[in-house]
Design a protein around this ligand. Structure first.
Ligand code: GDP
Length: 453
């Protein structure tokens, strides 16, 4: 396997920068450009040891550094690994990296270190996917969920489900393939119990993913409402800072302003739009169309209304759009005298709260409503949780195959027909953990990683 290298820390100025090298030649390449003050050679060092010294290019010192040595198989990738911890300047890190390339290493692909860890059996695909979730976790709950998957909780659960299906499939196959042997018949009742229990466990994982996604990956959310209803104020209250431009002139927010805010454990990927009012202003109408597109694709809409102004045709257009989407209606400016009542809104959007965005406590009201809508209230993040959409799809397909097997069994189909569906479920579960994933799937998973991970 070739020896790869990359900057493992962000490509930005920092106290320390780490250049990671992995492969058969990792130690010899590092030795060619590093001299420890103690005189100890890198190739003579045991694993989990560090050496302090200088990085040299053609005998000229270029930086002081600490090199950490890991020996195969006891490293992240399972290969020989050196980590050169030098000063974290962009120029110096790239200079050291170029030097490592000139000595024989090649640039790593995105996620190639973790891909090698997977290929060398250090972790399965479900665990590898959670590595990125650990890195991108924005709060305690998301971090807990990602760490559990990284520790192997999902893989263990899927493994258990898979084993029960494999035992059933094997018993069915033995019984139907060798009718003359004295193999006990597989009881339909016992088989149904196994299938139902596997289906139930998978459904729990699927449900938890849907709710957990709001915490681990975030909800694609749009705030909309006509100009001056208080969208920007609300967004600022939610994000805890003056992010959008708030003025009392209608139509100030013309572009879509995006921000990720955390409300309790929930992560909202929030887009503040221009509203959907009729306008002859060319620039504004672009904003309005963008807002409509965003609402189409959003997972959640926060529709804001100003209670101090009567509902007009623009509000009604918004209500129509929102009635078909997952939406929370926010009737704002409760401190002013009302021109309409909540029931006018609830006819279209059943989930509706009245508050004043100027009051910071309104975030608690929004938080409780969001937890209800997104199903995150009481979600236990210490339980196993699927770490990626790909895993969700595999679990869903496996569940569908199990349903097919149950239907076939109940309809009195042949054992072979039932077994085809059980095999199909097993196949999808093995793809989930990567025990049987195709090269394309593996490449696709790691292409989403950053270089150096
Ligand atoms: P947007 O155009 O929908 O983004 O509205 P803004 O957030 O810019 O708010 C428009 C105006 O309404 C600003 O002057 C805000 O200070 C004011 N405003 C926002 N929320 C409230 C509220 O709860 N009560 C009152 N009285 N004024 C508010």
């Amino acid at each position: 396997m070739s020896t790869i290298a990359a900057i493992a820390t962000p490509n930005a100025a920092g106290g320390i920068g780490i250049i990671r090298i992995s492969g058969d030649e990792a130690l010899t390449i590092t030795e060619k450009c590093f001299k420890s003050y103690s005189g100890k050679k890198i190739t003579d060092m045991e694993g989990y040891r560090a050496a302090y010294g200088q990085v040299y290019e053609n005998d000229s010192p270029i930086d002081e550094a600490v090199v950490i040595v890991y020996r195969a198989p006891k490293s992240y990738t399972g290969e020989n690994v050196c980590e050169i911890c030098c000063h974290g300047g962009i120029y110096i890190m790239n200079k050291v990296l170029r030097l490592i390339f000139s000595l024989g290493a090649i640039p790593s692909e995105p996620g190639e270190f973790t891909k090698r860890a997977y290929l060398n059996g250090k972790m399965d695909l479900a665990q590898a996917e959670s590595v990125m979730n650990v890195i991108s976790a924005s709060g305690e709950a998301a971090l807990n969920a990602a760490r559990n998957t990284l520790k192997g909780s999902v893989s263990k659960k899927i493994g258990e489900i898979c084993s029960s299906l494999i035992s059933s499939a094997a018993a069915l196959a033995a019984w139907s393939d060798y009718p003359d042997e004295d193999i006990p018949a597989v009881e339909n009742g016992a088989l149904l119990t196994t299938l139902h229990s596997a289906g139930k466990e998978l459904q729990k994982l699927l449900d938890r993913y849907d709710s957990g996604k709001a915490v681990t990956q975030g909800v694609n959310t749009v705030i909309c409402g006509k100009p001056n209803v208080g969208k920007s104020t609300l967004m600022n209250v939610l994000s805890g800072c003056e992010r959008s431009i708030v003025t009392s002139v209608a139509g100030t927010t013309r572009d879509i302003i995006e921000e990720t805010v955390r409300v309790g454990d929930i992560l909202l990927r929030l887009a503040d739009t221009a509203g959907i009012h009729e306008t002859s202003d060319e620039v504004e109408s672009i904003g309005v169309n963008l807002a409509k597109d965003r609402m189409e694709t959003a997972d959640l809409i926060l529709a804001v209304f100003d209670v101090s102004r009567p509902l007009d045709s623009e509000d009604r257009e918004l209500l129509e759009i929102c009635s078909k989407k997952r939406c929370l209606a926010i009737i704002n400016k409760s401190d002013l005298s009302p021109e309409f009542s909540a029931t006018d809104i609830e006819k279209y959007i059943p989930r509706c709260i009245t508050l004043s965005a100027k009051n910071e406590e309104s975030t608690d009201v929004i938080k409780t409503e969001l937890e209800n809508i997104l199903g995150t209230a009481g979600l236990d993040f210490s339980q196993e949780m699927l770490a990626a959409g790909r895993q969700y799809e595999c679990a869903k397909k496996a569940k569908d195959c199990i349903n097919e097997a149950v239907t076939a069994l109940e309809a009195g189909y042949t054992v072979d027909a039932v077994n085809v569906s059980i095999d199909c479920a097993i196949e999808h579960l093995l793809t989930l953990t990567g025990k049987k994933a195709s090269e394309e799937i593996v490449n696709e998973v790691f292409s989403k990683f950053c270089v150096g991970k």
